[in-house]
Design a protein around this ligand. Structure first.
Ligand code: AMP
Ligand code: TRP
Length: 332
């Protein structure tokens, strides 16, 4: 069975982008893969996180993942910082990856913004830690949103260079799984910007714990253009906000852009948005309710993350020990 690894940062409430681009695809993979899903708190602190908030968001994210259908019993759900092998292998990868490779990473440029000199060193080597997350388990398939494509290419470059430099066929190739019509969900306020947990405007995103009223209101106010919906996908060209709402609808209704436009082409946005809000509420409502139910027992949620970490460590321990041996470190 192939091994899956994926991660999500506890840097806020998970959004509809996380759900459609990643989490929703993680669920069915559990049927025929060995899956390891990780709350990546080491990645989260590459940008400032209020310590008391980080702990709360970590627990809320774990509950939310379970509410979405991640099975912490048959699969592994755990907290990255509880398995020190991630940081250890990441250090080795800091010494394998080249500055030239990291300099090409568009996510670093986006996140560092104009004040690059003031970005953390951790933000710069973030992709090396991500490569370590995956390769510490010899995972071969990684389901992510479209924004992580470049990081996975870098992870493959690191694996290859490690194998070459240390003369071993040790780390496997990684196959990105970028699935569905909503692999890149955009902000509701600006169709050219990614929907993000950390956007300053709450109106820019749907959070997985939003109430039905909040969802309806955010969709009603979502930016659009004055034209009605086109009859076919070509008509979405140059209309990023329209394309975004159609993509979200397609993912929720398990169809594609053409399927949505076949039914709704010619409609104005007011009617379309009402339908879309209904679909969203039917999907997210139960997730929010189940998350709240799980959070009533925080010790149980924390226990899942700790128990998962013990199981994860049993897999990563021997792999990272072998990587260290290959590098030439003296055995413990
Ligand atoms: P992050 O919130 O950055 O930790 O991302 C966790 C997962 O959600 C990754 O697989 C991302 O690619 C995915 N993701 C985050 N934002 C979006 C978005 N706006 N659209 C699609 N996927 C996303
Ligand atoms: N960098 C990913 C993101 O922000 C999260 C992540 C960390 C991840 N480690 C990973 C995703 C390993 C897949 C595999 O979206």
């Amino acid at each position: 069975m192939q091994r899956i690894f994926s991660g999500i940062q506890p840097s806020g409430i998970p959004t509809l982008g996380n759900y459609l681009g990643a989490i929703r695809n993680w669920v069915p993979l559990q049927a025929d893969h060995d899956c390891i899903y990780c709350v990546v708190d080491l990645h989260a602190i590459t940008q400032w996180q209020e310590p008391s908030l980080l702990a709360r968001q970590t627990r809320e994210l774990a509950a939310s993942l379970m509410a979405c259908g991640i099975d912490p019993v048959r699969q592994i759900l755990f907290l990255q910082s509880l398995v020190p092998e991630h940081a250890e292998l990441a250090w080795i990868f800091n010494c394998v990856a080249r500055l030239g490779w990291l300099n090409r990473m568009t996510q670093f440029k986006d996140k560092a913004g104009k004040d690059r000199e003031n970005a953390s060193a951790g933000l710069y080597v973030y992709p090396n830690l991500m490569a370590a997350d995956i390769l510490a388990y010899h995972a071969t398939r990684v389901p992510v949103g479209d924004d992580q494509r470049q990081h996975l290419e870098l992870a493959n470059d690191i694996a290859q260079k490690f194998n070459h430099d240390f003369g071993a066929d040790f780390f496997p190739a990684i196959e990105p799984l970028i699935l569905g019509p909503a692999a890149r969900v955009m902000s509701l306020r600006d169709g050219t910007k990614k929907m993000s947990k950390s956007d300053t405007s709450d109106q820019s995103r749907i959070n997985l714990n939003d109430s039905a009223d909040a969802i309806a209101q955010k969709i009603r106010r979502a930016r659009t253009d004055p034209e009605p919906l086109p009859g076919e996908p070509a008509g979405l060209e140059g209309r990023p906000e329209a394309r975004n709402l159609v993509g979200i609808y397609a993912a929720l209704a398990d169809t594609d852009e053409a399927g949505v436009l076949g039914r709704h082409g010619g409609k104005g946005f007011a009617a379309f948005k009402e339908d879309l809000a209904g679909l969203l509420i039917a999907t997210i409502g139960p997730i929010a309710a189940e998350t709240a139910r799980l959070l009533a027992d925080p010790a149980h949620v924390d226990g899942v993350l700790r128990g998962g970490a013990e199981r994860a460590k049993r897999i990563a321990g021997p792999i990272v020990a072998e990587a260290k041996r290959l590098v030439g470190f003296l055995a413990a």
